[in-house]
Design a protein around this ligand. Structure first.
Ligand code: NIG
Ligand code: FE
Length: 401
């Protein structure tokens, strides 16, 4: 194969390939990666680079660690306004649930998001996506759910897609119309679910605006049976499904979603063993959100060991949103997953690469340095991959390569 502009060998680097079942982190010291047309053609020890690649253009990584670009698999990054006042109110004694029940919480962000034009929403959200990218993130999932009517949900999903195009970050969108009951449906949650199922979902599908569908299954969100209706309708339209499950209480949403083949269940502080078992059996990824746990001053930890015992793959995400996790810093989440939830640095990094890709249904495409995968890579100034989980609030320097 001849040398072209999009043909290169990354040299003078160490690799955290994040391949399963090999050395910790899938580590290769003094490695090399051959890339052709954006795909990984070969990966291994530099001394074993086959002769066919020897003539390719070499890109010297200066001794840095090359790691798959991070994947933030759960965010609500597109929104209007902020909830700084509610943060103050919570620290003056009000709970997150009380604020929601009084018409604040998610609904206050819905008001600000509805009031913003598409371009205002893009402008407000752009810096957040840029901050994420600066932390080594190459793929971000962005949920709707602050529009809660067809027009504003479409506006959110279009803003998310537009941001992906202008920043070069891979954006996967998730329709979260069932995030909260909008004011105009107060006392009529069944009617809102009917509206989602018969009007919103089919139109979102027709426009091809969402890659997955999610629901907030919670006593301040939607019940188990309402959740089931939305997920069933989504599956019938061909959408992969995910779920906000057992964040504040246990409604057994995780078990139900896993049995329906969900890609992931997220939060999971109140998950029980039946839920963990169902997730392990179905291959449903458990997405941990230490930012929301920390910011809501939650004390019940997600049952990490129980999930691991049932073979659940764990992912870590920012949950970037104005109410429960106002952060864009995924490396900080890795550190918090270790210190707050007891993950090892290797489990944490796996959770923001290979397992996060799986949570998005992209497990064969990104999140590993493996032959055939997309060459979506970041070079980090690290002394070892564990350093990504070590400092907190001060991500090491990185560059997309
Ligand atoms: O993941 N739990 C529901 N949704 C978000 C919070 C959204 C908000 O408070 O605006 C979450 O924590
Ligand atoms: Fe969330």
């Amino acid at each position: 194969m001849g040398q072209t502009d999009d043909t290169k060998i990354l040299t003078n680097c160490h690799l955290a390939t994040m391949q399963a079942g090999s050395a910790p982190y899938g580590m290769i010291r003094d490695g090399a990666v051959a890339v052709h047309q954006g795909r990984i053609q070969w990966v291994g020890a530099a001394t074993e680079l086959p002769a066919t690649y020897q003539g390719w253009h070499k890109q010297d990584m200066g001794g840095r660690w090359v790691v798959p670009a991070l994947v933030d698999c759960h965010t609500h990054l597109v929104y209007g306004g902020n909830r700084i006042d509610e943060f103050e109110q919570r620290l003056n004694g009000k709970s997150y649930a009380e604020l929601a029940e009084a018409g604040g919480g998610i609904l206050s962000t819905v008001r600000a998001t509805r009031a913003a034009s598409l371009h205002e929403l893009i402008d407000a959200s752009r810096p957040r996506l840029q901050q994420m990218a600066a932390c080594g993130v190459g793929t971000v999932e962005i949920k709707s759910g602050y529009g809660l009517n067809l027009t504003d949900e479409i506006k959110m999903l279009e803003a998310a897609r537009a941001l992906g195009q202008e920043t070069g970050v891979r954006v996967r969108t998730t329709f979260l119309g069932a995030h909260a009951l909008p004011e105009e449906f107060t006392g009529k949650s069944g009617a809102y679910i009917d509206h989602i199922v018969s009007e919103m979902l089919p139109e979102i599908a027709r426009r091809g605006l969402a890659d997955a569908v999610d629901v907030f299954c919670e006593h301040i969100g939607f019940s188990l049976s309402e959740t089931r209706r939305v997920l069933e309708a989504a599956i019938a339209l061909g959408f992969p499904v995910r779920l906000h499950a057992e964040q504040l209480t246990n409604l057994h949403g995780a078990q139900m979603a896993a049995e329906m083949g969900a890609l992931s269940c997220d939060h999971l502080e109140y998950l029980d063993e039946a839920g963990a078992k169902a997730m392990g059996k179905a291959g449903t990824v458990g997405v941990l959100l230490p930012g929301a746990y920390y910011f809501l001053r939650e004390t019940k930890q997600p049952p990490v060991q129980m999930m691991l015992d049932h073979g659940v793959d764990l992912a870590i995400a920012t949950d970037c949103n104005p109410g429960s996790s106002p952060t864009t810093n995924l490396p900080l989440m890795l550190s918090m997953a270790c210190t707050l939830f007891g993950l090892t640095p290797e489990q944490a990094l796996t959770g923001a690469t290979r397992n996060a890709a799986k949570a998005l249904g992209l497990g064969d495409e990104i999140g590993q340095i493996s032959t055939g995968f997309t060459a979506d890579l970041v070079a980090w100034e690290l002394s070892s991959p564990a350093e990504l989980s070590y400092g907190f609030g001060q991500a090491p320097k990185c560059e997309r390569v």
